[in-house]
Write a protein that binds this ligand. Sequence first.
Ligand code: ADP
Length: 374
Amino acid sequence: MSVTQQQVFEALGKVASPRGVALTNANVLSPVTVTDGKVFFSINVDAAEARAWESVRAQAEAAVRAIPGVTAAMIALTAERRPGAAPPPQRPVPGVAPVASHRPPHSPASPMAKQAEIPGIAAVIAVASGKGGVGKSTTAINLALGLRDLGLRVGLLDADIYGPSVPRLTGIREKPQLNDERKMIPIQRFGLAIMSIGFLVEEDTAMIWRGPMVMSAITQMLRDVEWGTLDVLVVDMPPGTGDAQLTLAQNVPLKGAVIISTPQDLSLIDARRGLAMFKKVNVPVLGIVENMSYFQCPHCGTRSDIFGHGGARHEAERLGVPFLGEIPLHMSIRAASDSGTPVVDSEPDGPHAAIYRAIGAKVRDQLQGAIAAA
Ligand code: ADP
């Protein structure tokens, strides 16, 4: 039975709001997306009111989940701070990230410093890029597998809300189940605990998300998921360095970030913006990876530096951040990625797996303190 928007509105009409009217009349709902039994929307309130609305969010979620045919409901509470308004309460509200509506705060005393660790996870790291299409997601999953091969317990969170590619990269088509506490159970594949917004909404649906909704949904995917015990959680960030990315970098308790760049100049300029973004929010940059660094012929193995390779290494040296490695542009990396069998898993003894493992080792070495402490 297919679920309709009308059914969702009827269910939400029975939920009371702190404004003394039904939730549907409180003027706080974003457009409601209903796709294939999956329901997504956000409740947008002022940050000062957020605490009072958290129970409404939970009731709305319960009401939507109770509709026959609903297979997943993701309801985000987004708390926007009006310019000039008083700052939100210091005590964190579960599942809510305060988001400035104009310029995200970025002083060293910003929420990032206070962001609570995620119980059971020793280190959360971001894989980021200044722009799309540089192979960020491909690198994120293969890096996660490289870390797995080093004996670590690893999770992968696809936070690329504008175009989640982890379903394609892993071939995962199933939806996460809920545990008794109504937390989502990540899908286990390749020995990784995997979660992606793409498991809940279609790729094209994801495009309509507004900035504050992005943060709220990602907060839910971080904290309302039963990750278990992990040494490292790799977060595949949305590409770019806009406000949504900055807020994310600020609100996710990151131990560090890995920047993916291609050798072309433009991409390096974008990578520099990525470095500046993480610096702004005091997240250490673990290093730069040069992807599609050189072309390796799949037939004869000959290497051609068609993109003027080596730029990222020089840039890393110039900026004083570690250079983590070079990944060639190779047919088998693309084919493996696009068929849902990442190369580190499908060709574990091949040269590419060795490159990702070596990058993983450099990342692990920098996280050693956090992993040992946990
Ligand atoms: P992003 O996450 O930056 O948008 P993707 O990881 O989705 O990029 O990669 C974009 C495309 O490039 C995909 O088709 C992927 O298979 C391919 N790709 C990524 N890295 C490599 C590589 N090193 N060699 C060959 N193809 C690659």
